[in-house]
Write a protein that binds this ligand. Structure first.
Ligand code: ADP
Ligand code: MG
Length: 732
């Protein structure tokens, strides 16, 4: 007998185990048994041959239509060919033989059906499999697999050149036969409540289903395993977090926050009021807040964060705002300085009564400014410190850090969150994470499941809409000239524009901003030339279509002061057109900039494009975003761009992003995703299940935090922690 943790060789022998290990990265009985079939073929139902893609490793069920043998032209030996069909399309199976050997392939006579497995290639315009592995299906098949193929459903595994699907099925059968039934990870009452079958039945039923109902029941049950283990882990983390203490920072009636609200030049939206009230309550508790605040670009998150920071300062604490880039930190510093006005001018002429001090701390500060900033933070003089990664360094200390606000979660890892958390002396600081990349609810529940979530769903009134168009230069080259004219028109009317490129160019090393993502899934249809670069394009524009306009150049390789100078010049209207990389992606706010042209837009991800265009249409003039691409009309890249052009709904777009990533997995391009802890669960489709699992998990963990009464579950959660690093969780 065997347990899930046993190495495979104990069960299927050295040779087979080695093959599964090297070809599919399966090493234990548990690895193999959670390698679920990618699909099931109905017995007798032939595979649609038209769906095969060249280069793919496939297993098809087909019928032999004709066979032939011919001599090789230039060498001794002969070629045996069998043409198989699904009733419409055809596929050639090619076997090379030597001399007068007897063909095992003579079994392949017209009318015989079988499973054929190999890599699709193309020869003289015909698709073929060279030396495919095969298994015949049909009456009179002897041996171990006869029973397998008598079943209605044939499991088809994602196979490899070394291990065809049915060899995997063979190993699975052996493993199932000797498996010591493990403790069921799902507690019996829970199974009962949700009508779920036992673990052992489900394992058998997903690999060797008797019929479709058997298979569906098994999948439904095993989906629960995935959702539940994850939610239990997250519930444990939430519980642990709730056991930490924090200093309560309840609001006071007559402090900075009240003074700030009195000067606010606009009404908060309903969403802002609700999120603000929730956060105010969180801060008043003696446990650290862990909240994700999400909302479209321009939905007014910064104001909410600022109000939270002021509440903490009123309660004698300090707050930190951590930005992902220098440019953004500086921009936050400027905009918050101007929002606070005299309220941030403690000790200065004109400072208000309760005033605090705002301090900027970034990597590029000169020695003296830096010393001053560190001193302000450590002494508590600075109520609000704004900065970049420099804030994470050891020598940065605070007198009483009460709140950490992180702008743009996706650029900071968990370790960085923790580094800041550790600066808070006794207890932990409250934590607010802001993101403009909207996250579907279920993803928030899974990926950020240890954070509470507030969402701003509306933009402040009076925002101008952004129109987005795809500029397909492959089909309509003259549209590009029209694009530059459009910029000239706007500049002529006193407004400004961005031109965003995926690459910096010049002789420097490749930069982190260089967009490389998402280009790979074009199936080779992407541009063969390198992506458009800021430095090259700026030269061309100055010399040609935008001659006479004032161009600025911005990218991550510029020294910080230079970046700052360019941004300021653009903000002050001294630059008409900013040619830039994605350094301007988040947060940058120049209301007079109304046009954004994105070059090689297919190089960017859907959510990223959505973020980028949020830079325009921030003032009273409507924004225009032009997505320039050479991708041909039917390419997946074009569909993505059309999706971005068709909606301003960031949530819908983030779903598209997610679906595409998932497809990448399914198509086998992202092998790394295979070890993911999410095999059956679909974050978008299984929303209800995930919600139920979350409720069940919360209740169970409350009653039995260490899972003492649920050993099977405890094992599943331990396993999950092991794979977490390499899993979907981190990539998402
Ligand atoms: P986000 O950080 O969510 O992208 P910001 O907080 O930067 O958005 O807000 C964008 C702009 O809208 C800022 O200039 C801000 O002052 C302004 N703003 C925020 N809330 C409101 C509101 N309720 N009504 C009008 N303008 C607002
Ligand atoms: Mg912002």
């Amino acid at each position: 007998m065997a347990v899930l943790a046993d190495p495979l060789r104990l069960v299927i022998g050295d040779k087979a185990a080695k093959r599964l290990g090297s070809a599919l990265d399966l090493h234990t009985v548990g690895d193999l048994l959670s390698y679920y079939p990618r699909r099931y073929d109905k017995r007798g139902e032939l595979t649609d041959l038209a769906s095969l893609r060249e280069g793919e490793y496939v297993t098809v069920q087909a019928e032999v239509a004709s066979v032939s043998v011919r001599k090789m032209r230039n060498r001794p030996g002969s070629i045996f060919e069998a043409v198989v069909t699904d009733g419409r399309g055809r596929l050639t199976l090619t076997f090379f033989g030597h001399g007068r050997q007897t063909w095992r392939e003579t079994e392949l006579s017209p009318g015989v059906r079988g499973l054929f497995s190999g890599q699709v290639s193309s020869f003289q315009g015909k698709r073929q499999l060279t030396h495919p592995e095969y298994e015949l299906l049909g009456a009179g098949q002897a041996g171990a697999r006869a029973a397998e193929f008598a079943a209605e459903l044939i499991p088809v595994y994602r196979a490899s050149a070394q291990v065809p699907s049915w060899k995997i099925a063979d190993s699975v059968r052996i493993a199932l036969d000797v498996l010591d039934v493990p403790d069921d990870p799902l507690p019996p009452q829970l199974r009962h409540r949700h009508g779920l079958r036992g673990f052992a039945d489900a394992l058998r039923g997903i690999h060797r289903p008797v019929d479709e109902a058997d298979m569906f029941r098994s999948r439904a049950r095993l989906k629960w395993d995935e959702a539940f283990a994850l939610q239990v882990l997250l519930a444990q983390r939430r519980l642990a977090a709730a056991s930490y203490s924090a200093i309560a920072r309840p609001p006071v009636g007559d402090g900075l926050l009240a003074a700030f609200d009195a000067t606010l030049p606009f009404e908060l939206t309903v969403g802002q009021q609700l999120a603000g009230a929730t956060i105010a309550d969180d801060l008043a508790r003696e446990h650290p807040m862990h909240r994700l605040l999400q909302g479209e670009v321009g939905s007014g998150k910064t104001v909410i964060a600022l109000r939270a920071m002021l509440q903490v300062v009123d309660a004698a604490g300090q707050a930190v705002l951590l930005a992902p880039t220098e440019v953004l930190a500086q921009q936050h510093f400027r905009s918050i300085s101007s929002l606070l006005g005299p309220l941030a001018m403690a000790g200065q002429l004109g400072g208000a009564e309760h005033a605090t001090r705002l301090t900027l701390l970034t990597g590029s500060l000169g020695a003296a400014a830096r010393r001053k900033a560190l001193l302000d933070a450590a002494s508590g003089e600075a109520g609000i410190v704004i900065g970049t990664h420099a804030l994470l360094e050891d020598r940065v200390q605070f007198a009483d850090l009460g709140l950490v606000v992180i702008d743009e979660q996706h650029r900071f890892g968990v370790e960085q969150r923790d580094a800041l958390r550790d600066k808070a002396g006794d207890g932990r600081p409250h934590m607010l994470v802001m993101t403009a990349t909207p996250i579907p609810r279920t993803v928030a529940m899974t990926v950020f499941g240890d954070l509470d979530v507030s969402t701003l769903t509306e933009l402040p009134a009076g925002r101008s809409p952004i129109a987005t168009h795809v500029v397909p230069v492959a089909e309509r080259p003259h549209y590009l000239a029209r694009t530059w004219e459009r910029i000239r028109e706007e500049v002529g009317a006193g407004r400004q524009a961005y031109v965003v490129c995926p690459r910096i160019g010049g002789d420097g090393p490749p930069d982190a901003e260089d967009a490389s993502a998402d280009a790979e899934d074009d199936g080779g249809q992407g541009p063969a030339r390198p992506p458009v670069a800021v430095l090259d394009l700026a030269d061309e524009l100055v010399a040609g279509p935008l001659a006479g306009l004032r161009l600025g150049i911005l990218h991550g390789r510029l020294p910080a002061e230079e970046k700052e100078k360019v941004m300021l010049a653009f903000a002050d209207g001294l630059v008409d057109v900013l040619v830039t990389t994605t350094v301007i992606e988040v947060g940058v706010d120049v209301p007079n900039a109304v046009v954004m042209v994105i070059m090689d837009a297919d190089r960017f991800g859907v959510s990223q494009l959505h973020q980028l265009r949020g830079r325009v249409g921030r003032g009273s003039h409507p924004g225009l975003c032009l997505l320039v691409t050479e991708a041909p009309e039917a390419a997946p890249a074009r569909e993505r761009l059309d999706a971005v052009a068709s909606t301003l709904d960031g949530f819908a777009l983030s779903r598209i992003d997610l679906v595409q990533r998932r497809e990448g997995d399914v198509l086998g391009t992202a092998q790394a995703g295979r070890k993911s802890s999410l095999r059956l669960l679909r974050l978008l489709d299984d929303e209800d299940l995930i919600g139920q699992a979350r409720e069940e998990a919360t209740a169970l963990v409350a009653a039995d935090p260490a899972l003492a009464d649920a050993p099977g579950l405890a094992a599943a959660v331990r396993e999950l922690i092991d794979v977490e690093r390499s899993s979907f969780l981190e990539k998402a």
